[in-house]
Design a protein around this ligand. Structure first.
Ligand code: GDP
Length: 401
């Protein structure tokens, strides 16, 4: 039935389907979902979050393909980061990779997950400065899921675009690039939802460079020229393959474990008191040990991971049990003894981090476990010394305030 419809389309309409990947789908691989047809892979991603290994093999940690942006001059670059995992989701050397000649918009996505912190936009801008990103022209906090601030973003893109410019969305896996495109389509598209792209909890589902003709956005993303023969615009919005941030702790997790830690609703901050000799465990993924200090310290956590406070001695015993394949209260990891045994054990990342408390209770530092969440160390103490551990020694960042 699909082929019949496909054959009846004129060349222009077929070309519209081409960048959506339709030409790669065998009829036997198509599944019907309400009014639209999906390939089996997209269907499984949308409905079952199935991890499809042969596609996972195409994941890349290699950012060099972005270097082609240096060689062109008709681009607007939109870098997407996950507000919940900043700085873990930032492509560190993005300035050098893409060159400095393009308008560069930073989109901090998943704003719906972060409680309305007083100055979260300022916090993002501070982080940009801290990472010495000098090419960013404008910053937008959005939620693709809730369609927050998408109009403003579309307006900024249209303001920067010249008639021959393509738009390139770049970012790490799972930051929500596909969801952002869908949100832009929902807001702007003359054809509406029928151009949806597949968004999934499984990282790295955008396996190729997908281009959507600018014409499907109407004139919401700015001007474009039309190809008279195909009836499609000559300019595209490209969704580029996500770069795997190997450092992110989420890359150690399987689908069930991701479900346990990835927040779906706004995160509830919870404050805990930690005494000297105690540890705060983020499941089996990260740990803060309070080594020495005169007063208790207060940590406000922003995470979906299961927090467990215990003595550092007990925390060590739990960690040891995990390496022996025994399930503990520290989850994830979860599963068979083989799964637990093969999970990277906790390794020290920062041996000793001295913190100087402030007299008032403002946060003095944030300890970030990439993709999992963070803990803000509140002031109100004199001096404290902490140690930081994470699974495989990856994905720990300290933001001093
Ligand atoms: P991509 O790999 O960058 O294309 O990311 P996807 O668009 O596939 O999204 C990755 C995951 O993040 C999916 O589970 C999405 O539902 C989720 N996601 C994307 N945008 C948002 C958002 O604005 N808020 C929330 N809470 N989740 C989002």
């Amino acid at each position: 039935q699909f082929l019949k419809i496909y054959d009846s389309l004129d060349d222009g309409a077929k070309k519209l389907l081409y960048p959506l990947g339709m030409n790669f789908v065998k009829p036997s691989d198509l599944k019907k979902e309400n009014t639209r047809l999906l390939c089996t892979r997209c269907y499984n991603l949308v409905h079952h979050n199935k991890e499809i290994l042969e596609w996972q093999e195409t994941l890349t940690t290699d950012k060099s393909f972005l270097k082609f942006l240096k060689t062109i001059d008709n681009a607007v670059v939109v870098t997407v980061i996950d507000l919940f995992d900043f700085p873990g989701s930032l492509i560190k050397d993005i300035d050098n990779l893409i060159g400095r000649q393009h308008p560069h918009i930073l989109v901090a996505n998943k704003a719906d997950l972060v409680p309305s912190l007083p100055s979260v936009k300022q916090w993002v801008i501070d982080n940009i400065q801290r990472h010495k990103l000098e090419t960013i022209d404008s910053v937008h906090l959005v939620s693709s899921k809730k369609n927050w601030n998408i109009d403003e973003l579309a307006f900024t893109i249209s303001r920067h675009r010249r008639v021959n410019d393509n738009v390139y969305l770049v970012g790490c896996t799972n930051v929500g690039k596909s969801a952002l495109i869908n949100s832009l389509l929902k807001k702007c598209s003359v054809g509406g939802w029928k151009h949806r792209v597949t968004s999934s909890i499984v990282p790295g589902t955008t396996v190729n460079m997908h281009g959507l003709p600018m014409s499907v956005f109407g004139d919401e993303l700015g001007p474009y020229s039309m190809n008279d023969q195909s009836g499609v615009s000559n300019q595209y919005l490209f969704d580029t393959p996500g770069i795997v941030n190997e450092d992110a702790l989420t890359h150690l997790l399987n689908k069930d474990e991701l479900d346990m830690v990835q927040p779906k609703l706004e995160i509830n901050p919870v404050t805990y008191r930690l005494h000297q000799g105690q540890s705060m465990c983020f499941g089996g993924l990260g740990r803060i040990d309070y080594l020495s200090g005169t007063h208790p310290i207060y940590l406000t956590t922003y995470t979906n991971a299961r927090i467990h406070i215990t003595s550092t001695h007990n925390a060590d015993i739990f960690s040891q049990k995990l390496t022996q394949g025994q399930q503990t209260i520290l989850q994830p990891p979860v599963g068979s003894p083989e799964r637990l045994e093969s999970f990277p054990p906790l390794a020290t990342v920062v041996d000793s981090l001295p913190l100087a408390g402030k007299l008032n209770k403002v946060a003095v530092a944030d300890i970030v476990f990439s993709g999992i969440g963070w803990a803000s160390v509140c002031g109100g103490f004199k001096e404290a010394n902490i140690r930081l551990k994470s699974a495989g020694g990856r994905g720990v960042y300290v933001r001093n305030n």
